[in-house]
Ligand binder design. Structure first.
Ligand code: NAP
Ligand code: GDD
Length: 345
């Protein structure tokens, strides 16, 4: 029989890639979506429409424990991937309580639902928690690996540390097959437009076509280990296929600054970023994470996972997607648009 999986955060960047991956592996794929005044399903439209939908959606919210309990009881999934979160670091300083409720306590609500259903039915439900390199924050060693102590620098980072440890605690206390992937930054053409890489590729391509003049950014000196989201969801799946649950760093072990990302993107479009990028202090954070660089040796040796996409390929695919979007926008403004839909690439 096909395995059944439930993905929270299925409308987000990673959720959409993971849903595709699980479907391609023969899973019956279910996703949790929250109610909102707009559809919010741009990234998964190709999976939910058509004669045979590849993904079944259920309304729910990590703030609603009863709803989660009911859904887990009804579905009895083999695997649950908890990707839902208020995932924006800067926003977490403006909405710390909401971030704690969703990104921290939301995980506990989901674990409680799984524990209850597993107790009642005897069915083993494997659990994946989306932990984050943001937990390393003001790093105490470089590169960061599974044993590096955490020093979170944002309400989001603190919430993720709670979720990480409560997942480990449930694994140890209740014998749950629960694993945490400590994923370093990963991007794609489906990345939210307020994260820095996508903000840069959207901005630069719009500048190229004359749709905007300037791109306003914050700290250009921050350094990150950026990978491709499509590669990283494969690591999530591999974690849940192991006999024993465990925690793994997933990263490329390559370091670039925000400035490097600007330089690479603008020069690919034959532009000099220094003419267009301006600093706006509103994009600074009250406490910054200056550098994140991961050591994914454990994932490499135990999961046989390694990134397939280079930094240059990542920038290329994001630029290509966003150039097409900007061209569409241009046609729209001139009243000749072939399609007003954004690419789900
Ligand atoms: P994303 O694009 O921001 O997606 C977040 C998802 O969570 C969306 O589907 C969102 O739904 C959903 N969500 C937010 N609040 C919710 C709530 N209260 N109840 C139910 N669903 C809720 O994030 P992502 O980049 O795909 O990342 C996936 C996960 O990995 C997140 O937990 C993130 O914190 C973590 N992570 C990401 C990275 C990275 O670099 N991308 C690195 C490490 C860890 P809506 O569409 O309705 O907003
Ligand atoms: N968003 C944003 N916007 N960031 C900017 C800007 C800007 O205008 N200008 C400079 N930056 C800097 C930020 O200060 C940060 O140091 C870096 O660019 C990356 O910012 P984001 O792309 O917002 O990502 P993040 O590293 O804060 O968080 C992402 O990665 C985490 C994993 O380390 C998110 O995806 C988190 O959910 C994830 O856990």
């Amino acid at each position: 029989m096909n395995k059944r999986a439930l993905i929270t955060g299925v409308t987000g960047q990673d959720g959409s890639y993971l849903a595709e991956l699980l479907y391609s592996k023969g899973y019956e794929v279910h996703g949790l979506r929250r109610r909102s005044s707009t559809f919010g399903t741009e990234r998964i439209e190709h999976l939910i429409f058509g004669e045979e939908p590849k993904l079944q959606l259920h309304y729910g919210d990590l703030s609603d424990g009863n709803g989660l309990m009911r859904l887990i009881r009804e579905l009895e999934p083999d695997e649950v991937y908890n990707l839902a979160a208020q995932s924006h670091v800067r926003v977490s300083f403006d909405q710390p309580t909401y971030t704690a409720d969703t990104t921290a306590v939301g995980t506990l609500r989901l674990l409680e639902a799984i524990r209850d259903v597993q107790d009642d039915t005897g069915k083993q439900i494997r659990f994946y928690q989306a932990s984050s390199s943001e937990m390393f924050g003001k790093v105490v060693e470089t590169p960061q690996k599974e044993t590096t102590p955490f020093y979170p620098r944002s309400p989001y980072g603190v919430a993720k540390v709670y979720s990480h440890w409560i997942t480990i605690n449930y694994r140890e206390s209740y014998d749950l097959h629960a694993s945490c992937g400590i994923l370093f930054n990963h991007e794609s053409p489906r990345r939210g437009e307020t994260f820095v890489t996508r903000k840069i590729t959207r901005g630069a391509t719009r500048i190229k076509l004359g749709l905007q003049d300037k791109l306003f950014l914050g700290n250009l000196d921050a350094k990150r280990d950026w990978g491709f989201a499509g590669d990283y969801v494969e690591a999530m799946w591999r974690m849940l296929q192991q006999d024993k649950p465990d925690d793994y760093v997933v990263a490329t072990n390559e370091l670039y600054s925000v400035r490097d990302f600007c330089e690479k993107t603008f020069s690919r479009l034959d532009l000099d970023y220094r003419k267009y990028v301006e600093i706006d202090p509103r994009f600074y954070r009250p406490a910054e994470v200056e550098l994140l660089l991961g050591d994914a040796t454990k994932a490499l040796t135990q999961l046989h996972w390694k990134p397939q996409t280079s930094f240059d390929q990542l920038v290329d695919m994001m630029c290509e997607n966003d150039l097409a979007m900007a061209q569409n926008e241009l046609l729209l403004t001139s009243g000749n648009a072939p399609s007003s839909k954004r690419s789900a690439a």
